[in-house]
Every structure is written in C-alpha cells, then in structure tokens.
Design a protein. Structure first.
Lengths: 359, 173, 156
C-alpha cells in the first residue's frame, strides 16, 4: 500500500467533510437571511457581525439541550434514523469534482474525494438509500404523525427518482461516461450541457427539489397537517442531524446540478487565463492558481443554486399530495422519455450535420 | 486488506440474515434485510462488479425493500388490545415451521445445484479494475438482444399483473 | 492497492466516527432528567390514542410497485446510454451502430411507454382524493337570507 497516496486521500476526505459541513452550517444562516430579506425584515443579527456566529450558537444549543427518547419508541432505531440520514447525505459528497488538479512537486492531486468510474450511479444509489434515514426514524418514533411523514417521504422520493434517472440518461447519452470528473471535463470552456439539455435540466432540478424534501415538495414535514412530520418526536442533537442532513443534501444537489449542467469548474476564457498564469508564474504555481479560480467558479455556481433553493422556498406555496403525484408520474416521466428520444435523434441526425458544417 | 473486507461484509450479510430468521418483529426483520442487501452489494463490488453492486442497491434497497415495508405495514392484523402503552411492532403470530423448513431446504438445494454446475469463466483470473458497464452495454445490444427485449415484455406483464392484483381486490373500491 | 470503493469505505467509516463522536459529546454535555410527561408520545397535547399502527392509503403500495418495475427498466438504460454515442463503435460499424442501438432502445422504451400508458389509463396513477364532506346544518334561517345580507353589505 502506498502510504503517501493513502495519506493524501485521507486528507482529501477530511477537507471534503469539513467543506460540506461548513457550507451546510452557513446555509442555515443564509436561509434565515434570505427569508428575512424576502419578508422585509432583518434576519439573525445578534450573534457576531450580521449574525455570522448564529450557526455556532445553534450548534451549541444542539449540544446542550436535553434529549429524551419517548418511552414507546424503539431506542436503537430512534438513534439510527438521524445518523443514517446524516451519513447518506455526507456520502454523496465523496464523488463531487471540486476542481481540476493540484500540482505539488510533480504530483497531481485531484480535487475530488473519489474519482469513481461510476460516479453518477453511485450518487443515485446513495439517493436511493436516503429514504431509509427518514423511514427508520419515522417508524421508530411510534407516533402517527411521524409514520405518515415517513411514508409520504418514501413514496415521494421513489416517485421522483424515476424521472430524475430518465433525465440523467439524456446527459449520459451525450457524455458516454458515468464518471463525474469526465462529464465535467467534457464541458470545457462554455460548452455546458445546459445549452443542449434545457428540458432535462428543468426536470432534473424539479426532481432534486423533491428528493431533498424542500418546499414546494416538503410534504413529509408539512406543519399544517403533520406537526413536524417524521421528526415530530426528535429534539436536540438528533433533530439537528435531520435538519443538517437536509442542508447537506441541498449543497450536494446544487453541486451535482452545477457539475452536470453548468460545467462545474469550467468558465469561458479559462484557456486564456491558464496560459497567462502559467507563463507568468511557472507551470506549477500558475496551474495551482488556475485550479483555484476554477474551484471558486464551481462554488459560485453551487452557492447560486443553494440561493435558488431558498428563493423558491420563500416564494412558492406547498403542493397537495395528489398534485405532487400527478406532477411526478404524469408530467415529468413522459417529458423525460420524450427528452431521451429527442436527444437520441439529435445525436444521430444533427451531430453529423453540424460537425460537417463546422469543418 | 481485501480479504478482511470480504470476511467483514460476508459476516455482516450472514448476521443480518440470521437476525431476520430469529427475529419475531417483522419490521426489525425488514431493517436487518437492509443491512444484508448492503453487505451483498459490497461483496459484488469486491468481486469487481460495480454496476451490479449499484443495481443491487437501487433495485433491492431503493425499491423492493420499500415495497416490502409498505406491505408489512398495510397487511398487519389489527390487534385487539391495542392501547397507547403498546409498541408499534409487527409480530409474526403463527409459525409454519415444517413448511418453511422444507421450502428453505429446497431452495438451498436448487441454488447449490446451479452453483456447482455453473462454469464460472473468471475463476482463477485476477479481478479487473475497469468498470463493467461498457461491456454490459455492448453485450446487451449485441449478443443478448433477445433476452433484453424479452425482459422488457416481462416487466410490462409484471406491471399489468401486479397492479391488477393489488387494486382489483381492494374492497374499498 | 486500494480501489475507489476502498476510499468510499474509508469515507463511510470516517462519517460513522464523526457521527459517533458528535452523539457521544452531546450525551456528556446535556442534562438528563426525564419524566413521564416528557416521555409520552406527542399527539398535540392530548393523551395518545392507540399506537402508530395505522392503516394508510393502499395507493402508496401501488406507487412502490410501479416504481420497482420502472427502476429495473431505468437500470437497463444506463449501460445503453453509455455505449450509445460511443465513437469507436460507430466508426467500426460505419455509423450503423448508432441507428442499431437507437432502434433497439426505441422498442424497449416503447414497451416502457406502453406500461405507463396502461397504468395511466387504468387509473393506477391517480391519487384518490377524499370526498369533501360539506356539513349540513338545520338552521331556522333560510340560506337565501344570508345571500341577501351578503349582497347588501358585500359591496361596501
């Protein structure tokens, strides 16, 4: 076993964890600030400048608050539920490509937890697992509201998974690869997938809203009907896990959207910037700085989508359950199948014509 | 390293399966089945079949197990002395020891026969680290085309039959 | 030699360690004095009626059933999508590969659409909405009198 490789990977995993957690933490702050802005009020502004220390105060509260397990709940499953939700949320961050490569002493370090051949399928598998965090917790609570919330969550997640997968197929038909790193690399410069797949993008973003249980698809925790939904009985750190998992999921799906459709770390004119930097600062430092700029661009895109999630949350009312099911099965799935056929026809008909025309 | 992982995941799958066998609570059994499926998916991945591993998670864990849980929760018998002081566990009221044993032995026998008669091409070969998905795609499109299309028709038939069975016997309609 | 999945295992283990540490630290920091009221099941402040063994809509089961079949078809699409636009294969077969793959998948997706159309036409995809129960109240005041009042004062 190569020890340096192992250490580098461990360090990468550590960095990815910390990054994901910090972004999720500050998403809670941003959510309240955005809500405040949209509803014409201040939002958190006491702890630190502009309320910037608010997430830390919340974390402190999670640690110090009393936590009890209802007498009739199943103790181990009650603890396992939120842990599973958090674990599955964190796992998906393993394959996200945050940037291209770092060069240190001739070694190339990929800014990605795991460069897997089946990256996007892995994400899909983790998403399928994500239902269980809610199912386990909701059932173990022995509470009617929790059980109903859990069943709704499971049903909703599986309904939208089909449409999500079908919209993904269209991307894969163009990229011919399942690796997220390769899909990003193919969108070099301004060659983003959004220009080829606008319909697929709309389907995908709708489904990712549903998979994250965000408004307008937050029926599993619909306050007006189910009190707190699947986390009615939870408090303290375990509730914190559930809420945190939601924000991590939000970040992951924003990152995946920007990787699949908006070119990840690619931006127009990146070749020019790269050549300028390498000629000015040498091939090592210049390369690293170019990578850092790319990573900053990637985070800009991902943070924009997190903002978009919040914007939608405070703008659109919640669906009714039959509307949700109709949208998933009767609109998104036929549209996604249509999108696959159109993409196939375009790859076969238009691509040869356009390449012939360009040459 | 890989040997340790292999034995670890095998132990996980087997222990979870034993738990299902001896647990009286059906829902605990279903959650143990989740662990068993995950262990088997990990074994697939260790054998170099990454696509099969993810397929196992997506279909069995993401689909069939959810279906199973819904089934358990829907078909449970209403227990008479149901009170606020009872747990919501779903227990197996009757045991069919003899029949269950006979069927289990029969299935093990059939599977063992298939395993011993199969000629695994890869036995002795080194596990390749390349993704299997391209090979699967090409094989599906060329040499296994007919089974592929038959599978589609089979799925259609299953859809029609399953939906018919599930809905048309619902007395609420 | 650790493959990609070895690192994913490392990821899972470090995630579990992180969660365990967080739960353990919280366990030592927080107060713990439960009483019977705290430990009872929450039902909007009332004493709980029965436990959470409740009947829910059978549609949830049907949706899960249809999902399993669609998920299997979806998984067949993944390997196809990867080899569909493969330029090597297209070059080897003089462009026939793309058409061939597309035709096969059209048949496959056609059958998928057939299944969807069947489920749709039979109404398995419809979510049954409960009937609205409009309460009937026997009131000595006739209903049209309210209408008169509304007409008179509604415009103001």
């Amino acid at each position: 076993m190569d020890l340096t490789e192992f250490l580098v990977k461990t360090a990468t995993i550590f960095v990815v964890f910390v990054l994901t957690l910090v972004i999720a933490m500050y998403s809670t702050w941003a959510e309240r600030k955005v809500a405040g802005f949209i509803q014409d009020r201040m939002g958190p502004n006491r702890a630190g400048w502009g309320g910037l220390l608010q997430p830390l105060a919340d974390a402190g509260k999670m640690f110090f608050k009393e936590d009890f397990i209802p007498a009739l709940a199943n103790k181990w499953l009650f603890i396992a539920g939120p842990s599973l939700a958090m674990l599955t949320a964190l796992l998906a961050s393993a394959v996200i490509p945050f940037g291209s490569t770092f060069r240190i002493n001739g070694h190339e370090i990929v800014l990605q937890g795991v460069e897997s051949n089946i990256g996007i399928l892995y994400v899909f598998g983790v998403v399928a697992l994500g239902v269980y965090g809610i199912m386990v917790g909701g059932w173990a609570s022995n509470n009617k509201f929790s059980l109903l919330g859990a069943i709704r969550a499971a049903s909703q997640n599986i309904s939208y998974e089909v449409a999500m997968g079908l919209s993904l197929i269209a991307i894969l038909m163009m990229s011919s690869s399942l690796s997220l790193g390769e899909i990003v690399a193919q969108q070099h410069g301004m060659n983003w997938n959004i220009f080829y797949q606008p319909l697929g993008f709309l389907i995908f973003i709708t489904c990712s809203f549903a998979e994250c249980n965000r408004v307008p698809f937050d029926l599993p925790e619909c306050e007006t009907e189910l009190v707190g939904g699947y986390h009615t009985e939870y408090g303290s750190m375990k509730l914190g896990f559930y809420l945190f998992a939601e924000y991590i999921n939000m970040f992951i799906s924003s990152a995946i959207i920007s990787v699949l459709y908006f070119g990840g770390y690619n931006y127009p004119g990146m070749d020019w910037v790269y050549s300028q930097l390498t000629s000015a600062l040498g091939s090592e430092t210049g390369h690293n700085i170019a990578t850092l700029i790319g990573t900053a661009v990637f985070f800009g895109k991902a943070l924009f989508f997190i903002f978009f999630y919040m914007w939608v949350r405070w703008t659109i009312p919640r669906f009714r359950y039959d509307q949700l099911m109709n949208l998933g099965w009767k609109k998104l799935i036929p549209l996604a199948i249509f999108n696959i056929i159109i993409t196939g026809a375009a790859v076969l008909f238009l691509k040869p014509v356009i390449t012939a025309w360009l040459n | 390293m890989e040997v340790a992982a292999f034995y670890g995941f095998s132990a996980l799958a087997i222990l979870a399966a034993l738990f299902i066998l001896f647990s009286k609570n059906l829902i605990y059994g279903a959650f143990a089945l989740l662990l068993a499926f995950l262990g088997i998916a990990a074994l697939f991945v260790l054998a170099g079949a990454d696509f099969l591993g993810v397929a196992q998670i997506m279909i069995y864990v993401g689909g069939i197990l959810v279906l199973l849980m819904f089934g358990i929760m829907l078909t449970q018998r209403a227990i008479q002395q149901e009170g606020p002081s009872r747990h919501n566990r779903v227990e197996v009221p009757i045991t069919r020891k003899v029949w269950g044993f006979v069927i289990g032995i029969g299935i093990v026998g059939v599977l063992a026969k298939i395993i011993f008669s199969a000629n695994f091409r890869m036995s002795g070969d080194a596990v390749s680290r390349k993704s299997t998905i391209k090979t699967i795609g090409v094989e599906l499109m060329t040499s296994h085309l007919l089974p592929f299309e038959i599978a589609a028709i089979l799925l259609l038939v299953a859809l029609i039959g399953a939906a018919y069975l599930a809905l048309n016997r619902n007395p609420a309609q | 030699m650790i493959s990609d999945f070895g690192y994913i295992l490392l990821f899972i283990i470090s995630g579990l360690v992180l969660l365990g540490v967080m739960l353990l630290v919280a366990k030592f920091l927080r107060p713990d004095n439960p009483n019977e009221e705290k430990l009872s099941t929450y039902e909007s402040g009332e004493d709980p009626m029965g436990n959470a063994q409740i009947q829910f809509n059978i549609r949830f089961y049907i949706v899960a059933l249809i999902f399993v079949l669609f998920e299997v078809e979806l998984l067949f699409l993944f390997p196809w999508a990867v080899v569909f636009g493969n330029e090597e294969l297209i070059a080897q077969t003089n462009g026939a590969w793309g058409w061939f793959a597309m035709a096969e998948m059209t048949v496959f997706i056609g059958i998928l659409i057939l299944g969807l159309a069947y489920a749709w036409a039979k109404g398995y995809l419809d979510w049954v909405r409960p009937k609205q129960q409009i309460p009937e109240i026997k009131s000595p005041v006739p209903a049209d009198m309210y209408k008169q009042v509304n007409d008179r004062y509604g415009s103001k």
